[in-house]
Design a protein around this ligand. Structure first.
Ligand SMILES: NC(=O)c1ccc[n+]([C@@H]2O[C@H](COP(=O)([O-])OP(=O)(O)OC[C@H]3O[C@@H](n4cnc5c(N)ncnc54)[C@H](O)[C@@H]3O)[C@@H](O)[C@H]2O)c1
Length: 262
């Protein structure tokens, strides 16, 4: 119960890693607000979370959010505060990817990845941190970066660059927010079985003429020999959001089954 009585906001919580994080923080005793683009999807995710965990409906709040829109971010965090009281933790998980050779990538592809992955992380962190600072409250932010932000895999240059920016933003925010007792870290996952990984398999599969459902079986961390489950990333996030992680600051921690050695 590392997060007993804490309130955690997870962006992109309707599916994939965000959903796994919501489950893990509930398991750790928190109440959770999940935010996502689609109202029906986020409401269905709330229903599933209540069905899959021992919590009652009071512990899960669902709200629409577009992390690229400042007004939407303010509205979602304000609705969460009205529902639960002050938030203690924020997970910047919402993300998007555009695949293909960089020589053929459009400026629009680059912009959308920067807007969601980087500016979205900045906006949500800013709104969340101001709420805490105004109330003189401590808290934690966990950014979901990617091992792509360290490695630089082919056919996803804009995504790689956006995640490298999230890694540096994590370090920068950590230094700025430490005086307010807000701890900021990031997780760099890789090979997590989600709709996004399937999207990547479909794109690569179409290029090399291999069915996506066959290809995805090979897209596993080598040392682990299997996909990572969203709940496993969620457990790392739960730890980083907790008071036990106070000595870990501004770090971007690999959670990719050992694929990235630095
Ligand atoms: N799956 C992996 O192996 C992997 C590896 C490294 C990093 N990541 C990162 O983890 C995070 C989650 O990835 P996933 O695999 O679960 O992806 P996913 O596509 O399955 O889920 C992403 C969620 O974010 C939401 N979202 C997208 N844009 C949004 C916006 N503007 N505002 C609010 N919500 C928005 C989507 O609606 C979706 O529910 C992303 O940041 C991704 O880059 C994933």
């Amino acid at each position: 119960m590392m997060l007993k009585d804490k309130v955690i906001f997870v962006t992109g919580g309707a599916r994939g890693i965000g959903y796994g994080i919501a489950r893990a923080v509930l398991d750790a005793g928190a109440r959770v607000a999940i935010g996502d683009l689609d109202e029906q999807a986020v409401s269905d995710a709330r229903t599933s979370l209540i069905a899959e965990t021992p919590v009652t409906g009071d512990a899960v709040f669902a709200t629409v959010i577009d992390v690229t829109d400042e007004l939407s971010v303010e509205t979602a965090l304000s609705a969460t505060r009205s529902h639960f009281g002050f938030p203690d933790g924020l997970v910047n998980n919402a993300g998007t990817v555009r695949l293909g050779k960089d020589l053929e990538a459009s400026t629009k592809d680059w912009q959308v990845q920067m807007e969601v992955n980087v500016i979205g992380t900045h906006l949500c962190s800013r709104v969340f941190a101001k709420i805490l600072i105004d109330a003189d409250r401590a808290g934690a932010i966990v950014n979901i970066a990617s091992n792509c932000g360290k490695v630089g895999y082919p056919n996803m240059a804009g995504y790689n660059a956006s995640k490298a920016a999230v890694i540096n933003l994590t370090r920068s925010l950590s230094t700025e927010l430490s005086e307010h007792d807000i701890n900021v870290n990031a997780i760099c996952p890789g090979g997590v079985y989600t709709p996004m990984l399937m999207e990547v398999a479909e794109s690569i599969g179409a290029c090399i003429g291999q069915p996506a459902d066959e290809l995805i079986k090979t897209m596993v961390p080598a040392q682990l020999g299997r996909h990572i489950e969203p709940l496993e990333i969620g457990r790392v996030a739960a730890f980083l959001l907790s008071d036990h992680a106070g000595i870990i600051r501004g770090q971007s921690i690999n959670a990719d089954g050992g694929d990235t050695p630095y």
